[in-house]
Design a protein around this ligand. Structure first.
Ligand SMILES: *Cc1c(COP(=O)(O)O)cnc(C)c1O
Length: 347
């Protein structure tokens, strides 16, 4: 029952992505609570598998995992250094000259990293800004040594291998990083799959670790089983759920399971006959997904199980996302705190 998270599969996916970029050290992106799966469990499992470069979005996320990892693990904070933040033991990814000077005032707290904008226009220094602080950044002395611990950028279309933005960003990053001896990093999951030109020194896989596209060979990581609370018989012509959007065409058995859109099972999944699974048999969602409940037509199942699965090896986060008009990342990070969570240990 609830959400089962396969830490062995996450470690296996990390190793498989590492093998795709053999010249680079593979990092691990564990922002947003490891994409909703529990950074306190996932990050130590990846550390045990060999990861030493961890990426989080916010300082608080970094502080939460710092005591769980060895001192040889670097934790990079992608949002950089915001006023008043304590980054002890963490490495801010400085995104602007303003952040660079704010950080300078706090050094020698520790190392820093630099983010360059190679075209995404979201975070990072543009060429002129970088040119202005580059000499000082590359020669800065920190407790961790000289210069930045990492110089990185991020691709905007890496999940579309043929997109011209990939080559354009690669060229822009190379140009801005020319002569930099610090380790370089450009690729998340999608970039790793674009090939060796994109790998540089450190990779930053996220979604691929958690079983999502575009890493098609990923081992599935999550199983989500929803408890059946009640089963009823419904006569032909009776409606089920809010808005009377589904009416039984035949005498039916309806099972009500304990999860809804408040648990990340998006209301957009309503009316699409999305299957829930009992072993190798499935039964479709009928009527609207409500906040805490989903109704399922189990008429054709031989018996009603104690729970029905909505995510498993048959129906991945990307399958569910496609039905809801979103991406696997959003399904994972929306799963919510109400499920009992069971982490299956890495072997
Ligand atoms: C989220 C993120 C990643 C990981 O991306 P995936 O597509 O999940 O592999 C890597 N780098 C940065 C800067 C990110 O924001």
């Amino acid at each position: 029952m609830g959400l089962t998270i396969d830490l062995a599969a996450i470690a296996a996916n990390w190793k498989a992505l590492a093998a795709r970029a053999p010249g680079a050290r593979p990092g691990a992106v564990v922002k947003a609570d490891a994409y909703g799966l529990g950074a306190a469990r996932v990050a130590p499992a990846l550390y045990a598998a060999g990861a030493r470069h961890f990426f989080v979005a916010l300082a608080a996320e970094g502080r939460a995992i710092r005591p769980l990892l060895g001192d040889d693990a670097s934790i990079f904070v992608l949002s950089g250094l915001m006023p008043g933040q304590d980054l002890t033991g963490l490495i801010p990814v400085l995104n602007s000259a303003e952040q660079f000077f704010r950080d300078r005032a706090l050094r020698p707290r520790g190392g820093f990293a630099i983010q360059l904008d190679s075209g995404m226009n979201r975070l990072g220094m543009e060429p002129a800004e970088w040119a202005a602080i580059r000499a000082e950044a590359l020669s800065a002395r920190t407790a961790a040594g000289q210069g930045p611990a990492l110089v990185m950028s991020h691709l905007m279309c890496a999940d579309e291998p043929g997109h011209p933005a990939n080559a354009a960003q690669l060229a822009a990053f190379r140009e801005m990083a020319m002569g930099v001896t610090a380790p370089l990093s450009l690729s998340a999951t999608g970039g790793i799959l674009l090939g060796a030109d994109y790998h540089f020194d450190v990779t930053r896989p996220g979604i691929g670790l958690y079983g999502g596209d575009p890493f098609a060979e990923a081992r599935p990581v999550v199983t989500l089983a929803l408890e059946v609370i009640q089963t009823r018989s419904v006569a032909a012509g009776e409606a089920v759920g809010y808005g009377c959007t589904w009416t039984a065409a035949r005498p039916s058995r309806i099972a009500t399971v304990a999860a809804g859109y408040a648990d990340g099972l998006l209301r957009a999944l309503s009316g699409k006959s999305v299957p829930l699974w009992a072993g190798d048999r499935s039964a479709p969602i009928v009527g609207r997904v409500s906040m805490d409940l989903i109704t399922v037509d189990v008429t054709d199942l031989p018996d009603v199980p104690a729970a029905l699965e909505i995510l498993n090896a048959r129906q991945t986060v990307d399958d569910l996302a496609a039905r809801a008009g979103t991406i696997g990342y959003e399904i994972l990070t929306s799963l919510g705190p109400r499920y009992p969570r069971d982490w299956r240990a890495a072997e």
